[in-house]
Design a protein around this ligand. Structure first.
Ligand SMILES: Cc1cc2nc3c(=O)[nH]c(=O)nc-3n(C[C@H](O)[C@H](O)[C@H](O)COP(=O)(O)OP(=O)(O)OC[C@H]3O[C@@H](n4cnc5c(N)ncnc54)[C@H](O)[C@@H]3O)c2cc1C
Length: 495
């Protein structure tokens, strides 16, 4: 992947996300004789700095091995849809649309490079999409440490996505459906009344009836007509070889809100009390674990170095000594905020389309599911029997992805984010304490964005019922402003 423009990034000089490619699973280590000398070197570094931040990730970018049918500039056969980006959103949409007989070209500079992010999903989400074979590790339970004295055990299996397998699966389906690929970066999009052209950095112009931008959070192609007041999730993650760790191998740690590691760090403790971070951990075996210190949502975004310092203090306190970093990732996800302008001449899918869960930052499973909804809307427009193009097509596809009801549901999820933004560490703990006491139907449904508006209202009432007295005070004192904001947005949506 190339360096992408990241217009809203608080780190102008950084990439959308750093790319440290994985090898999954098993996680092959370099040869043993290399390991011993490296390990010695790392030991020196860890003891000198007392942390792991100076360890460089060892895995190198991998490329998938598949013959992709390439789009040829002299090819005169018309295309229906050009999709920008071969990330999860772009490939899933390409697969779904082409499977319905639509002619698709997917443009990405590196369509065969493996995806950089470490994706986690609830197993039932991938089962319902029939993608469970693309999970490489599952945990029968997840747990949430509310504080030193209270842990919640969640009876809902969680899985780690095998990025290579999922990408390969989608690519193979695309190939057998006749999708063409063009290896280039899109620079701009030009629109005519019934067609659009994507202009690429290699000088080629690819013409189609519809352009879908699936180029991720850093996209410049999608327009907004409201101020972009996103919240931001920021996290630092490492897949690490460790000397040992305290986690049960049959449970992943969804959130660890404990702060006893900050006992000797008054400055960090103070910051964490106001803008808390938690640890997310996937233990693969007794020496291999994915660890991620995460700020659930902040506005403005929490400083990345602060996140890393808290992680160092936490791992030290947990007695986790990192021997080697195999991969690392910087996660920066814009959450909530307004939807893109609806409709507009470019369709959006994935990170830039508003489908990220406003309260959690999760998106993968939802995008996999919504791709078929968008594909249906595209087929209704471009299918052979009724050829709808230009403005009526844009109207149809945007409203297909974002019908009024889904927009209103999103306002409720964004209300969740606005509420979380107002909570300090103790408020956040009380919130999740009550949240995970809800009936599974509600908390599962909320986290997977599958509740109707009526159910979200019932969830809110039930949450209030389960809340402790101080939490009720939080709700009564901190929710009115977000509530009014939500009502305003709902009114605007429905006008
Ligand atoms: C570090 C990290 C971890 C995450 N973890 C999870 C998780 O555990 N679970 C979850 O549900 N969600 C997670 N997310 C959120 C979300 O699922 C991911 O960001 C996801 O990768 C978004 O998919 P996408 O296809 O929209 O964009 P991307 O994955 O960013 O893919 C965009 C593609 O577009 C291409 N591209 C970009 N610009 C251009 C251009 N101009 N021309 C042509 N091609 C272009 C890129 O090369 C890339 O291939 C995570 C996000 C991050 C950043």
């Amino acid at each position: 992947m190339g360096t992408l423009p990241y217009p809203f990034s608080p780190f102008p000089a950084t990439k959308t996300h750093q790319i440290f490619h994985p090898k999954t699973p098993p996680f092959p280590f370099p040869k043993t004789h290399q390991r011993s000398s490296r390990a010695k070197h790392h030991k020196l570094q860890t003891s000198k700095f007392g942390n792991f931040l100076h360890l460089r990730p060892e895995s190198k970018p991998q490329s998938l091995n598949l013959d992709l049918p390439l789009w040829a500039p002299h090819d005169r056969s018309p295309l229906d849809v050009v999709i920008i980006g071969a990330g999860p959103a772009g490939l899933r949409l390409a697969e779904q649309v082409s499977g319905r007989g639509i002619r698709v070209c997917c443009v990405d500079p590196f369509p065969l490079s493996s995806w950089p992010n470490n994706y986690g999903v609830w197993v039932d989400e991938f089962e319902s999409l029939k993608l469970e074979t693309c999970l490489d590790k599952t945990w029968p339970m997840a747990c949430v440490h509310i504080n030193d004295n209270k842990t919640k055990y969640l009876d809902r299996p969680y899985g780690r996505v095998n990025r290579e397998r999922l990408k390969m699966e989608l690519l193979q389906r695309c190939v057998s459906n006749g999708v063409k690929f063009h290896k280039a970066m899109v620079w701009e999009i030009e629109h005519q009344e019934f067609d659009s052209f994507v202009v690429c950095d290699d000088g080629n112009r690819v013409k189609a009836s519809l352009v879908v931008d699936a180029s991720g959070f850093g996209s410049n192609f999608v327009k907004y007509d409201k101020p972009r007041n996103h919240g931001y999730q920021i996290a630092h993650g490492v897949l690490a070889e460790v000397e040992g760790h305290p986690f049960d191998l049959d449970k992943m740690v969804l959130m660890d809100w404990r702060d006893s590691h900050l006992g000797n760090e008054p400055y960090l403790r103070d910051g964490n009390s106001k803008l808390p971070t938690f640890l997310y951990a996937m233990p693969f075996d007794s020496n291999l674990v994915f660890l991620e210190e995460t700020s659930l949502v902040g506005r403005p975004v929490l400083c990345y170095m602060e996140v890393k310092k808290r992680m160092v203090a936490r791992l030290r306190h947990l007695g986790i000594r990192v021997k080697r970093v195999l991969e690392d990732e910087k996660c920066l996800i814009p959450m909530g905020g307004p939807l893109p302008k609806i409709p507009q001449s470019v369709m959006a899918m994935g990170g830039n389309s508003g489908v990220v869960h406003p309260s959690t930052g999760y998106m993968l499973a939802r995008t996999m599911g919504l791709a078929s909804v968008l594909a249906e809307a595209i087929v209704e427009g471009l299918g052979s029997t009724r050829m709808v193009r230009g403005r009526p097509l844009y109207h149809r596809v945007w409203n297909g992805l974002w019908p009024m009801e889904r927009r209103c549901e999103r306002e409720f999820y964004s209300f969740g984010m606005e509420t979380l933004l107002k909570l300090d560490l103790n408020g956040t703990r009380r919130f999740f304490d009550a949240f995970f006491d809800l009936k599974p139907h509600y908390w599962h449904g909320f986290l997977s964005s599958r509740l109707t508006i009526g159910e979200i209202v019932l969830l809110s009432l039930s949450l209030f019922g389960h809340a402790s007295a101080p939490s009720k005070v939080d709700i009564v004192t901190k929710c009115p402003v977000p509530l009014l904001k939500m009502m305003g947005n709902l009114a605007l949506e429905t006008i």
